[in-house]
Design a binder for this molecule. Structure first.
Ligand code: GAL
Length: 416
């Protein structure tokens, strides 16, 4: 009976459909990721369950640490020591870097309809030399401002759409005894805030500065204003942010200790997990001055060659196929706070924030204001992204003036 069940599961996964064939041990999928917060682990749990239903066993390598810096270090060690995982969460230009090492297995055989099912900006990131090597999960928007609704009402403020309006609300929240802005203490969180302020100068400015690394833009008066604005926002943080994880900052907004947080919409997974309703308990608004633009952050898995075999294993192919299936895309994003990356998945079960994200995504794609997030590792290879992050973090944790930060920024942008 047990054997029949296993064979049935393998058959459902598109493997071994000849019931007379000998039974093979279930393939173990080792999976490296950094999804350890409440919402994140619920979301990755959907994939684990799906794969187990298909007869695979799941070996979880979760390396805690928002944005994955620690996970990427662990991955390098695993690959160098000959223990590459079956799949790992890798994003943006890093996908190409790993592909160039010749260690990834293509997954074209399950990607037949992906080209027409993905926004072209994202489709191209999933491929190298025309071959699919990564499977995308969902689209996170990074330029969000989360606001506790009761805190906003208590302070008698309205949802800010410009920086002066934002500072007016922050002042009122401060006067009402709240921490106006909940902020965590890791460099990638500093970068998340900073890039939203860059975006508030317009998507063209953002693209020139962050995608093209144009020296004139990086040293412009507008960039000095960006740093000035960041400096002012900092005066609304509390004293305890050093080392604080992003989800603990989100918790401050959830429980009403703080009024607002700048964060990508994985924060929404935390609100949902705490039973909070978008629109009623909290508000999601585009960061001031960024409502016409969209910074995207697309999570994806790449698949490592196993034991010297060039081709993807049946389990890796099943994993890639599941990740892009409409049913999985829907359930994953409902927990994660994102929206499906696959076009045409129904948004009917999603909350208003996700519906807004979807509508704004479509608007931004056609207006050419859909830009890759730097803090989400989508815009630059590691070296330049790391050097820019250092500049922003140094500025935010010292008394450096904006002009010298801008000079350091221009220099950092040249890092190869
Ligand atoms: C991002 C990732 C998100 C979320 C976040 C915080 O880099 O794309 O899925 O996990 O880090 O951990």
């Amino acid at each position: 009976m047990k054997i029949r069940k296993l064979m049935g599961a393998l058959c459902a996964a598109g493997l071994l459909c000849n019931m007379a064939a000998p039974v093979q041990a279930a393939e173990a999928l080792s999976v490296l990721h950094w999804w350890t917060s409440g919402g994140e682990s619920k979301a990755v749990g959907v994939l684990k369950d799906d794969m187990q239903k298909q007869g695979y066993s799941w070996k979880d390598f979760a390396v805690a640490g928002g944005a994955g810096a620690a996970a990427m270090t662990a991955l390098k060690t695993q690959v160098i020591s000959g223990n590459a995982p079956s799949a790992a969460q890798i994003k943006g230009p890093l996908i190409q870097d790993w592909a160039e090492q010749g260690v990834l297995a293509p997954i074209d055989s399950v990607a037949g309809d992906w080209k027409k099912s993905l926004p072209p900006q994202i489709d191209k990131i999933m491929r190298t030399d025309g071959h699919y090597v990564a499977a995308p999960f969902s689209v996170h928007r990074v330029n969000w401002l989360y606001i506790n609704k009761a805190a906003l009402d208590k302070a008698g403020g309205k949802v800010p759409t410009t920086w002066p309006e934002f500072f007016a609300v922050a002042d009122k929240m401060k006067a009402a005894g709240l921490v106006p802005v909940a902020m965590g203490g890791q460099p990638w969180q500093d970068l998340t805030l900073w890039e939203s302020v860059v975006l508030s100068q317009g998507a063209d400015f953002y693209r020139k500065a962050i995608v093209d690394l144009d020296q004139k833009t990086l040293t412009s008066e507008k960039m000095i204003q960006v740093f000035d604005t960041v400096r002012k926002i900092e005066s609304y943080f509390d004293q305890g942010r050093t080392g604080r994880d992003w989800n603990l900052a989100t918790a401050m907004v959830i429980n009403g200790k703080a009024g607002m947080q700048f964060m990508g919409d994985w924060a929404k997974g935390e609100f949902a997990g705490a039973g909070k309703k978008a629109g009623t308990d909290y508000i999601c608004a585009a960061a001031p001055g960024t409502d016409k633009s969209y910074t995207f952050n697309v999570d994806s898995f790449v698949f490592f060659q196993q034991k010297g075999q060039k081709d993807a294993t049946p389990g890796q192919l099943a994993l890639a196929k599941t990740i892009m299936s409409p049913e999985f895309q829907e359930q994953f994003s409902l927990y994660k706070g994102s929206i499906p990356v696959r076009l045409g998945v129904s948004m009917s079960k999603f909350d208003d924030c996700a519906k807004k994200s979807y509508a704004d995504e479509q608007m931004a794609i056609s207006a050419n204001t859909y830009v890759p997030s730097l803090s989400g590792s989508m815009a630059q290879p590691d070296a330049a992204a790391g050097a820019i992050t250092d500049v922003v973090t140094k500025f935010m944790n010292s008394n450096q003036d904006s002009k010298s930060a801008v000079e350091a920024l221009a220099k950092a942008a040249k890092t190869k």
